[in-house]
Ligand binder design. Sequence first.
Ligand SMILES: Nc1ncnc2c1ncn2[C@@H]1O[C@@H]2COP(=O)(O)O[C@H]2[C@H]1O
Length: 269
Amino acid sequence: MASQMRWTCAQEKSWGVVPKSDETRRLIQSALFHHFLFSDLEEDGTVDIIDTMAQEEALAGMVIIQQGESGDKFYVLESGRATVKVNNRLLASPEGSLRPGAAFGELALMWNSPRAATIVATEDCVLWTLSRPLFRRLLAASSSSQTAVLCDFLKNIPLLKPLGNQETTKIARALRGAMFSDAEYIIRQGEEGDLFYLIYKGTVVCTRSDEDGKERELMKLGPGDFFGERALQLREPRKANVIACGDVECFTLSQQQFVQLLGSIQDVM
Ligand SMILES: Nc1ncnc2c1ncn2[C@@H]1O[C@@H]2COP(=O)(O)O[C@H]2[C@H]1O
């Protein structure tokens, strides 16, 4: 059990500084920058937080995180090795084999969900941990604060329901905002398509221009609906216009991100 882990420093006091070597600080910083949530953090934004991280040890064989349990910490592995199992199945390397510099345990904190995987120390490990409030503060220091808001939005979208929290968090990280004003053409029929759109706020109307030049309404879409997938899937020109009705806020994915992140659910679109 995770609770059997041994504390090697005084328990982290709220916002208290836990001393650590420059080498350790560099390792933690690099682990954060290499983690998909924190890749755009400014160095300055991490200093205070790294100061407060507390040290733990897990001996070989110990469970650091147990799938299904609630979670209250984010971890950086300083030394030793650990493995990742989902539903008792060891994940293939490299994802399933954690080495020094790996950072994990973000999903339960971001989503308020049970731990999504079990992490077991396969060698004696030294870890640095961040409590939930400090993790949230780190999130707020990066553009991932927007990610947290977006995750809340994305988890209610039926299309994305088949995806796990990890995949959805990656989508939230990749989305870029785009604003449109009333009557603006977001997509024009006949043009090449290179973006996928998810509506965050507002309404759009889809129209098609017939050969006689008349533009006919096909349907209206609102928050949580998506459009623009067809041209990306079939690599053909846009088959309809999509026009903003009032102010509209969308999030977009590029063609490459669309394939990478939504590949597994493209057949349900
Ligand atoms: N395929 C995976 N699915 C879920 N969690 C994973 C996976 N690979 C690594 N992990 C990490 O394992 C952690 C288990 O705790 P969390 O769910 O908080 O966060 C999880 C991720 O950081």
